[in-house]
Write a new protein. Structure first.
Length: 95
């Protein structure tokens, strides 16, 4: 649990907050593509010699994320609270 605005949030509350800023179907699609792409890129960067591919996928994944938020017309939640850098992947893993 983490504190936000003077109270502790549990994982389900973070998921609900995440859902509120990811309503548009195109934003959800962009995140469904972007988040796994970023995770894959990190694996390549850490565990393989394919660093060029890893960096390319990392950039593509983030591009999808920001395109989604441009469509949604919202800022990414992690700009308000960095814990959402973990909540996003956990949210999609939970679905």
């Amino acid at each position: 649990m983490t504190k936000e605005r003077g109270r502790e949030l549990n994982l389900q509350e973070y998921f609900r907050q995440y859902e509120r800023s990811h309503v548009h179907p195109w934003n959800r699609l962009c995140h469904a593509i972007g988040i796994p792409t970023i995770i894959l890129s990190l694996g390549l960067l850490v565990f393989s010699d394919l660093t060029s591919l890893g960096w390319a996928l990392f950039g593509i994944g983030w591009l999808f994320q920001f395109i989604g938020h441009a469509v949604e017309r919202t800022l990414p939640e992690f700009m308000k609270n960095p814990v959402f850098l973990i909540i996003g992947p956990l949210y999609f893993a939970d679905k």
